[in-house]
Write a protein that binds this ligand. Structure first.
Ligand code: C5P
Length: 236
């Protein structure tokens, strides 16, 4: 496999084509951004930590029967993935109230949600990724009905696997964001799963060990990610 030209550079990852038209290389960079790119910093080791974190989680999800785009680790900061036709939606599951849910609804942080909440956001940087509902998705044709159903099904399946896995490591999976795409007609989990895109709290102390450390200026951001990784059995 040969890495070729840069196709796309996002806030924290770059995507390269390969000599195989069905495969791409994801490069995890140290860039860390929040608040729609208004706060940006380079965090030493973050690219490596997120690449290995994502590889570990995607492999666990595949083992649990959840189809993902992940193929293999290529280097400390690069992974080989299937090339997906991305669906322009973010799927968020919330087990505990936090973040934009609290700001939007004026509810306290830390409320256990039963049943858990599912939200959809449109991927649109210029609009700041607005929240949308399933009727919007249908009316504007952002995803086919069957694909939307599958995305929801997979997002909840991920919750079952990861909630239990983090719980064993003494962590609460508060919420997370997933993105999906189509590969030969099948919906696969794409993008990444790392502490950049989820919230994880220590079960006892409720210490935040995810990107909120960066958003809230708490320091030791990558150290938090590594602590989570260590507790679920990742060696960096
Ligand atoms: O900001 P909000 O509370 O809506 O985020 C919900 C979850 O989705 C958090 O875990 C956050 O890290 C993640 N998220 C993300 N990328 C976005 C928006 C949210 O990874 N663009």
């Amino acid at each position: 496999m040969e890495k070729r030209e840069l196709l796309y550079s996002g806030k924290a990852k770059s995507v390269y084509s390969t000599d195989d038209q069905d495969r791409m290389v994801l490069e995890f960079r140290n860039d860390t951004s929040a608040f729609d790119g208004k706060k940006v910093e380079q965090l030493d080791r973050k690219g490596m930590v997120n690449n290995k974190f994502n590889a570990f989680i995607m492999t666990k999800l595949e083992d649990a029967g959840i189809p993902t785009h992940f193929e293999s680790l290529l280097s400390d900061t690069e992974s080989l993935v299937k090339r997906l036709d991305m669906i322009p939606l973010e799927c968020v599951v919330r087990n505990v109230s936090s973040g934009s849910l609290c700001r939007r609804l004026g509810v306290d942080e830390g409320i256990e949600l039963d049943p858990v909440t599912f939200e959809l956001f449109l991927k649109n940087d210029a609009l700041g990724d607005p929240m949308v509902n399933e009727y919007h998705v249908r009316s504007f044709g952002w995803a086919e009905e069957a694909h939307l159903d599958r995305m929801k099904e997979l997002t909840f399946a991920v919750n079952k696997v990861l909630k239990a896995m983090f719980d064993e490591g003494g962590l609460i999976l508060v919420d997370y964001k997933l993105e999906f795409g189509l590969y030969k007609g099948e919906v696969l989990l794409g993008d990444e799963f790392s502490p950049d895109g989820c919230r994880l709290w220590d079960k006892e102390t409720r210490e935040k060990l995810d990107k909120d450390r960066f958003r809230q200026g708490l320091g030791n951001v990558v150290e938090g990610y590594e602590e989570v990784g260590r507790r679920i059995g990742i060696t960096f």
